[in-house]
Design a protein around this ligand. Structure first.
Ligand SMILES: Nc1ncnc2c1ncn2[C@@H]1O[C@H](COP(=O)(O)OP(=O)(O)OP(=O)(O)O)[C@@H](O)[C@H]1O
Ligand SMILES: [Mg+2]
Length: 277
C-alpha cells in the first residue's frame, strides 16, 4: 500500500512545521521468524572481528523482529554493537553466522551485487555525517537513488519529497550552502524518495543542534505515522529515543532490555543502569 502511495500524498502528509505524530499503537514486537508485520528479522546473529586472542564479538547471538510501520530505536553504551547491528540488518555488513531477513528476503544468501541492488531499491539510509554528494544540488541528491536505479527521474516526485522536508526553496543549493539540519533533511528526503521497505538511521541527530535534531526526529516520526514507513534508528540520546515506538537496549553484543512507548526519563534511567553495570 505504501509503495502505491503517490509522491504528492507522501509530501502532503509529511508537511514540515506540524507537530510530531502521536505514538499510535506501540508494538510489543513481532516474534522472530514471523514475517507477518515484521520488516526485519534477525536470528542468532553473531558478528566477530578478527581471530585468536584479539578477536572481538560485536554481536553475540541476536534474535529480534523489528515491526513494520514502526520507529524502533537501538540504544546502548559505546561499543555495545549498535552500529554493527544496524549494518548487519541493512546488508552493509555480513554476520559471521546467523540469518537476517528484510521484507522476507534472506540477506546472508545474497551476493555482493544482489545486496547492492537490494539496498538501492528497497532500503533507505541516513547517517550522522549526512553523506550527501558535495557537487550535486539538494534536488540532484534526492533524485540520486532514482537515477542509480536506472529509472527515469521523476522530477515532480523529487520536488514534492524535498518540499515535504521543508526545503522546496533550497532545491538548487549544494550541501556546503545548507546548514547541518538542512543537509540532514535532504538526506531524509533522499532516503524516503523510493518509499523503501526500511529506513536505517545511525545517529541521525548526532551532529545537530537541539532544534535541528527535533526537526529531523519529527520528520522521521511523521514518516512512520503518516506513511507507514518502517524506521530503525541508533541513537545515544534519550530524547531522540523518546520519539520511538520501542527502544531496544544493547550491552556487550546482546539485547538486554526493551521499552515500549518510551519517555526520555525512563530511557535515561535504563541507560544509566546499563553504563554502570
Ligand atoms: N572493523 C572492526 N574491526 C574490529 N573491531 C570492530 C570493528 N568494528 C567494530 N568493532 C568492535 O565491535 C564492537 C561494537 O562496535 P560498534 O561500532 O557496533 O559499537 P557502537 O555501539 O555503535 O558504538 P558507538 O556508540 O561508539 O558508535 C566494539 O568493541 C568495536 O571496537
Ligand atoms: Mg556506532
Amino acid at each position: 500500500m505504501q509503495r502505491l502511495m503517490g509522491a504528492t500524498r507522501r509530501a502532503r502528509v509529511l508537511g514540515i512545521g506540524a507537530q510530531a505524530g502521536t505514538h499510535a499503537g506501540a508494538p510489543a514486537g513481532a516474534g522472530p521468524g514471523e514475517d507477518d508485520g515484521t520488516a526485519v528479522v534477525l536470528t542468532e546473529v553473531w558478528r566477530r572481528y578478527g581471530d585468536g586472542p584479539g578477536a572481538v564479538a560485536a554481536l553475540r547471538g541476536i534474535t529480534v523482529g523489528l515491526p513494520r510501520g514502526r520507529l524502533t530505536c537501538v540504544m546502548g553504551p559505546s561499543g555495545s554493537g549498535k552500529s554493527t547491528l544496524l549494518q548487519c540488518a541493512a546488508g552493509l555488513d555480513r554476520p559471521t553466522s546467523g540469518s537476517v531477513q528484510v521484507g522476507g528476503v534472506e540477506l546472508t544468501a545474497r551476493t555482493e551485487e544482489e545486496l547492492t541492488v537490494l539496498r538501492r531499491e528497497r532500503l533507505g539510509f541516513v547517517f550522522q555525517a549526512f553523506n550527501l554528494v558535495p557537487f550535486l544540488t539538494a534536488e540532484q541528491n534526492v533524485g540520486l537513488p532514482l537515477r542509480l536505479a536506472g529509472t527515469r527521474v521523476d522530477r515532480a516526485r523529487v520536488r514534492t519529497t524535498l518540499a515535504s522536508v521543508g526545503l522546496a526553496d533550497r532545491a538548487g543549493h549544494r550541501p556546503a550552502e545548507l546548514s547541518g539540519g538542512q543537509q540532514q533533511r535532504v538526506a531524509i528526503a533522499r532516503a524516503l524518495v523510493t518509499a523503501p521497505e526500511v529506513v536505517f538511521a545511525d545517529e541521525p541527530t548526532g551532529a545537530l543542534d537541539t532544534g535541528s535534531a527535533r526537526e529531523v526526529l519529527s520528520l522521521l516520526r511523521r514518516s512512520v505515522d503518516a506513511l507507514g514507513q518502517t524506521v530503525v534508528m541508533v541513537t545515544h540520546d534519550p530524547v531522540a529515543a523518546s520519539y520511538a515506538d520501542t527502544v531496544l537496549f544493547l550491552a556487550d553484543g546482546l539485547i538486554v532490555d526493551a521499552l515500549d512507548r518510551p519517555d526520555a526519563a525512563a530511557v535515561a534511567a535504563r541507560m544509566t543502569r546499563l553504563e554502570r553495570s
